[in-house]
Design a protein around this ligand. Structure first.
Ligand SMILES: Nc1ncnc2c1ncn2[C@@H]1O[C@H](COP(=O)(O)OP(=O)(O)OP(=O)(O)O)[C@@H](O)[C@H]1O
Length: 122
């Protein structure tokens, strides 16, 4: 019983740390601020154009994908700066690849947005 309680308490603590991390990310990262703005804008657009359930799922999946990869990218940048604050070709490569992952997700998100919204204007 004691063990089960501490397991639940530990899980709750982990959620707390993760929530703190999410707030730090939103407060400190310029790119995620833009992504939050876009997420709010497309959510408003979703209600305005009364998009279908499937379109909501695709839109929310893209928002989650872009923002979570941005979070991982930010963490990689922090690790890179922590382990090697000075200029290094390899650090540049690591950061570029990490940013490239966000770019891939963003391109797919723009395509999905196009599939949902372009027909609404035609
Ligand atoms: N220590 C370094 N050594 C070599 N190149 C670096 C180094 N730090 C940054 N760079 C280069 O500068 C780019 C931007 O790095 P920076 O850490 O400023 O990311 P950022 O502009 O905050 O990115 P994001 O917009 O994804 O948050 C990297 O992708 C890399 O090409």
């Amino acid at each position: 019983m004691q063990k089960k309680e501490s397991f639940i308490v530990n899980r709750l603590k982990s959620v707390g740390y993760a929530f703190k991390g999410m707030l730090i990310l939103i407060k400190t990262e310029a790119s995620i601020k833009i992504q939050v703005f876009i997420a709010i804008a497309v959510t408003i657009a979703g209600f305005y154009f009364e998009i279908s359930k499937t379109e909501w799922i695709a839109q929310l999946a893209m928002i989650g994908l872009v923002m979570s990869i941005e979070g991982i990218n930010t963490a990689i940048e922090y690790i890179a700066d922590f382990i090697h604050p000075e200029y290094h070709k390899k650090i540049g490569l690591i950061k570029d690849i990490s940013a490239g992952a966000v770019f891939i997700a963003s391109i797919v998100a723009v395509i999905v947005a196009g599939i949902i919204y372009i027909p609404k204007f035609l």
